[in-house]
Write a protein that binds this ligand. Structure first.
Ligand code: PLP
Length: 415
């Protein structure tokens, strides 16, 4: 049995006071930007620190203890991630640097025409709700191959309008890529049902789970997606580590994005033979700090437990929504009840000005287009202020936001 470096029993009852596990939040910051990146708990920091101070090694390289230990942790992380998202086995998990890289890896493989040679007869299907990470790689793929990029629209409530779904799904549709949860509105897509429909037409489905993994129990076997992507830093790990889950890697014509050390069985000056295993997608030295941090983050979430996490976020989200709705001059964007993301616009003040004034009050939110310009445009906005929650978010953070929004009024009164 492989063992991780750190395991702290936090327990489900401690959630009201989760903030104490986050050293960065011991100052006065009301951190309301977890959709961008999460703060990191002590257990993750300690796991990384312990790893570094007990011997840093290059995974799958050396015969000595530091390297063997790194290899074990690397393998443990694959198994932990598989268990975390209920993938059948660790060998279904490819480590990347981010959700963005995971999507690009799939797009790269399609460009090479390994699953099917894309021509102007073919299409890729996405939705207007996508983060640019799940839009630009498909735009480029279509520009390069002449394939058509079909886009499912939204209705007036910002919700996916899938009435045209079946008109886009056919033998020529090479992939359907869709976000699990929107990073702008927090609206949750019924990815299980969308996968089922896609598969009726034999179209593989990729789910962008960047905003889901830190907020709900993801079950890729139940969703039955072909690919599921996410980043560690949106679930309390460090930046620089991402995941691509692939349903049937043995039969999937995925092609490595990077070539280099650690992925080959045999190399000559004019040829190479890739390993047949998942390692072939991970050229170069593994991001061991990312790996160790991801193990720690999974253990952190497991220790709290999804029921407690979900109940807490739902409670704070409801409080936030009520608070924002009660403030005059603020228009709340469409949202999903209980979601960890709620956005709004101030009717007189630009979102960047709002966020700057909030920052003066040590209230951290994000303002702008949130890398989802087409979605905002489709809802009739150019920018918005996004408030997003994590397990450490509290009513007090929301109260601080409300007070700081009062400052916006004061500063802009009469302008
Ligand atoms: C829905 C969604 N997809 C993809 C990404 C890209 O994540 P990363 O920057 O970690 O690759 C983000 C980042 O905010 C996101 O919110």
């Amino acid at each position: 049995m492989l063992k991780s470096l750190h395991s702290t029993d936090i327990g489900p009852t401690a959630l009201n006071d989760t903030r104490k596990f986050f050293p960065a939040l011991q100052n006065n910051t009301a951190y309301l930007d977890s959709a961008s990146t999460c703060q990191v708990p002590t257990t993750v920091i300690d796991a990384i620190s312990t790893y570094l101070s007990t011997g840093h090694g290059n995974a799958q390289r050396g015969m000595y203890q530091f390297s063997e230990n790194a290899s074990n942790l690397h393998q443990l992380c694959r198994e932990k991630v598989a268990e975390f998202i209920n993938a059948p086995q660790g060998s279904d998990i490819i480590f990347t640097k981010s959700a963005t890289e995971s999507i690009n890896l799939v797009a790269h493989s399609l460009r090479l025409g390994l699953r099917q040679s894309l021509t102007p007869e073919h299409s890729i299907l996405i939705t207007v709700m996508e983060h640019h990470a799940n839009l630009l790689p498909w735009q480029r793929l279509c520009q390069q191959t002449g394939a058509r990029l079909n886009i499912l629209p939204i209705n007036k409530n910002g919700v996916l309008d899938s009435s045209a779904l079946e008109t886009y799904l056919n033998d020529n549709c090479a992939l359907f890529a869709i976000t699990h949860i929107s990073n702008v509105t927090g609206i949750v897509n019924d990815v299980k049902s969308l996968c089922k429909t896609g598969h009726q037409y034999k179209v593989p489905v990729l789910i962008d789970g960047a905003q889901a993994v830190g907020h709900r129990q993801v079950d890729v076997s139940q969703i039955d997606c072909d690919y599921y992507v996410f980043s560690g830093h949106k679930m309390y790990a460090a930046t620089g580590i991402g995941v691509l889950y692939c349903k049937s890697l043995d039969n999937d014509p995925l092609e490595p994005l990077l070539l280099g050390g650690g992925i080959v069985n045999k190399v000559t000056l004019d040829s190479y033979k890739l390993k047949p295993t998942v390692e072939k997608f991970e050229a170069g030295s593994a991001n061991m700090l990312g790996i160790v941090g991801l193990i720690g983050a999974i253990e952190f979430i497991d220790n709290i437990g999804w029921p407690a996490l979900n109940a807490h976020e739902r409670k704070v989200s409801g409080y936030l929504l009520n608070a924002l709705r009660s403030i005059e001059g603020i228009k709340v964007l469409p949202n999903d009840a209980g979601s960890a993301v709620i956005s709004f616009v101030h009717q007189q003040v630009h979102s960047h000005d709002v966020a700057s004034i909030l920052a003066l009050e040590n209230v951290a939110v994000r303002a702008g287009h949130h890398c989802a310009q087409p979605y905002l445009k489709a809802m009739g906005f150019k920018h918005c202020v996004r408030v997003s929650l994590g397990c450490y978010s509290s009513f007090a953070d929301v109260d601080r936001l409300v007070v700081a929004l009062g400052e916006v009024e004061v500063m802009f009164a009469g302008v």
